[in-house]
Design a protein around this ligand. Sequence first.
Ligand code: ATP
Ligand code: MG
Length: 346
Amino acid sequence: MGIRVGVIRGNGIGPEITQATLRVLEATDIEFEWVPVAIGDEGVEQYGHPLPQESVKLLKELKLAIKAPLLVDKFKGRLYCEHEDGSVGVYPSLNNAIRRELGLYVCPRPIRGFKGISGAYEDLDVHIMREITEDVYSGIEHMVGDCAAECIKLTTRKAALRVAEYSFDYARKNGRKKVTCVHKANAVSMADGLFLACFREVAARNPDIPSDDFMVDATAYYLAKCPEKFDVIVASNQYGDILSDLAAGLVGSLGLAPGANVGENGEIVVEASHGAAPDIAGREIANPIALILSGALLLRHIGRCDQAIRVERAVAEVLNERLSLTPDLGGTGTTMGVAEEIVGRM
Ligand code: ATP
Ligand code: MG
């Protein structure tokens, strides 16, 4: 029996890039058993809820999953999840609900430039650790009359310490040289001030790894101007969200930026940084590389770095030689065409 991995096929380009990713992972020497998990439209069809507790339970059991993008607009607003013990979770979106129902707390996004593709950013190599449980995406907001709205930026010691600890561990395990905390503590003195103070506390316990901190605006500037300033970045939810899209843009496409959602008990749900791209769905032109590289992150997580490196090298070769690239990278290739080229190189 193979390694059981949950598969959330998603919406928009989701099913297309999922098929391409499974094809590449099947070309490794690892035997997988793909377990479909009903979330989103499939959850509604099978269980009457976009995030059925049956699916949450299955994912907790499997601990490993590949998630294609889910259409954000379709499942936003208040999402209620009723638990077996009678408690209720209330979330601002389906993506947020999946992360929080599963206890996933950090989203590592390693973004790298590619030869032949990324121009001035070929050597960019920045790993962004995005906190994903709180900040302004906690869904704590309300209208004040008709003409004003207030949104709470939540920061807790628990979450800030946890993501900082993960970042230093990540740096050590992956041979990275430095960890940088991104914040705006001069303007948001309490919430970001606490995030930074927790970071410094953890940095003091990890003196073997150099650390520093930057304001988020300066970070955006330096990422564009001299990205070699950065190695591992740890950021709160919103800053991490924005900076990872910026870094993806610098290296050439959202279709090149992988990511994962990691929990405290070894859970990992890998997913591309991009969304469901409904504008190009169903046309076989979506770039599957971000999800394929996310698949490589899953391989690393299960201790198969050898196979992860095989996939990553094949991707780099295909990009460098510009073999059947998809239109976002200036080619005329198809989603499965890219996957086949990668498999050919493996
Ligand atoms: P979300 O809110 O879910 O993050 P979004 O509004 O940020 O979604 P995306 O779905 O990420 O939007 O798409 C942004 C743009 O990038 C769209 O024009 C889309 O076509 C393009 N895009 C995203 N992913 C890919 C991909 N894998 N291949 C090609 N183009 C993509
Ligand atoms: Mg987006």
